[in-house]
Write a protein that binds this ligand. Sequence first.
Ligand code: HEC
Length: 240
Amino acid sequence: MKKQTLAATIILLATVAFALIPLFRRNVDFPIPVHHALHAAMMAGGALAGIFFAGSLMRERRGGAAWLIVAMFAPVFAMLLMWPSEYSYFELHPYGHAAEHLGLTFLAFVAGYGGQRYANGIGWAFGIGIVAMALLAIGGYGVGPAITTPVAAAPSQSNATAAPNVTHGSALFTQNCAVCHGVGGAGGEGPPLKNERSRKTLAAAEAWIENPAPPMPKLYPATLSAQDVADVAGYVETLR
Ligand code: HEC
């Protein structure tokens, strides 16, 4: 094997391994600019491998003008692969993400290889060009897409409650709780709730209200929503 072919093979294998990282490190959250810098590195590897492979063939065969066209189209496809609207998809689908990386590596390879097959030195021009494109993307082409992960965001929206609204909680308390716990939690049929804070944390109060022991009625979720529970528990925590 020629030295150049060996070098090209090693660079290509290393770059492919690098491109597959999303499969193994799924939950790494890189800022977008860093991500594009990593793309640029993969594409540099791909282009270099392409240039060396083409170089090792140089003495045997020369390419035709068709290689120039191939090399010119590679950056266009690479740009489509890096389009910002795809970020959120790739963020959630490691296989798609790894495939995107392989695609970028391949396109850079094609740019370097095609250019070099067309004429000695042109591969470098295309290789540098396609890497420069990824580097430009670090600035985001002026677009700063927010990475929103719809799948991850959905459950947190349905489960999480906003910070307790104590005013609303006070109204709920008068309607649903004061009959037993007295106005202002002074006590009655139910125990006083003054200084409840020292006995139960907000979370414990919420848990109790959602699943109380009889005779206290279970008002959640039929009468009180999760947010109502948070509000009324927040109010109870203010009693002293
Ligand atoms: C039917 C009467 C009744 C109603 C209505 C009622 N409770 Fe209770 N509550 C009780 C009784 C009785 C206990 C004591 C139960 C026990 O300790 O086993 C209790 C216990 C509690 C406790 C725990 C006190 C502690 O630290 O041990 C909290 C907090 C509480 N209630 C809040 C509320 C809130 C908020 C509401 C309205 C959403 C409410 N309760 C409605 C009767 C009632």
